[in-house]
Design a binder for this molecule. Structure first.
Ligand code: 5GP
Ligand code: MG
Ligand code: MG
Length: 194
């Protein structure tokens, strides 16, 4: 699928490339101030938060970077409720300040799973910087300390966020047209995704 076809699958652009760049700079500056004199570990959640992580990181003075992969979606558009640890981070985090970089927090299950894991392993502190916060979707208690945008309760893609691994490379975040994933249009979808 070309990027042109992908643009056609977007109902509405919510946050432009410029909006997102501004949010990354704002949060990067806040983190630099709040972690002044320390070297936090930016823990990027694969794969959706990769673009967000590198854009925020450019605005932070001292930071290490690590990756973790947890899964709750299993390819669909709704959270499954069960969290799997797919790829663990490599660093010893005892006594370290961790900043989890997320693309979006919805039910909060993935985030709670990671926060609990990091605390159990002895992190000195755990904070969260998420590009998007879908507060309406929350099922478990999970707090986002640094929010790019409060997003409405819709399925969004772009800037790292996928539907079946596609759309991550769109420079903006937008609402995916229902017909792309709704069952009554399954045949269209299958042919689109090849
Ligand atoms: P949670 O565990 O909070 O329900 O889900 C968090 C993860 O589900 C996110 O990191 C993201 O990967 C995925 N997710 C939640 N809402 C959306 C959405 O609107 N669009 C996409 N593409 N992924 C989402
Ligand atoms: Mg994610
Ligand atoms: Mg996904």
């Amino acid at each position: 699928m070309s990027q042109n076809d992908m643009n056609n699958d977007i109902e509405r652009v919510l946050y432009s490339e410029a909006d997102i760049a501004e949010a990354a700079a704002r949060i990067g500056r806040e983190l630099s101030k709040d972690y002044d004199g320390r070297t936090p570990i930016l823990l990027s959640v694969l794969k959706g938060a990769v673009l967000w992580t590198v854009d925020v990181m450019r605005h932070i003075q001292y930071a290490e970077i690590e990756f973790i992969d947890v899964s709750s979606y299993h390819g669909g558009v709704a959270s499954s409720g069960e969290i799997d640890l797919i790829t663990d981070l490599k660093a010893d985090i005892v006594g370290r300040d961790i900043i989890i970089l997320e693309d979006i927090v919805d039910t909060g299950r993935s985030l709670k799973f990671m926060v609990d894991l990091l605390n159990k392993r002895g992190a000195a502190s755990v904070k969260v910087a998420s590009l998007l916060d879908k507060k309406e979707g929350r099922v478990v208690e999970a707090n986002v300390d640094y929010v790019g945008f409060d997003v409405p309760n819709a399925f969004v893609v772009g800037y790292g966020l996928d539907y079946k691994e596609l759309y991550r490379n769109l420079p903006y975040v937008g609402i995916l047209k229902r017909e792309v994933y709704a069952p009554e249009h399954k045949d269209t979808l299958a042919s689109n995704l090849g």
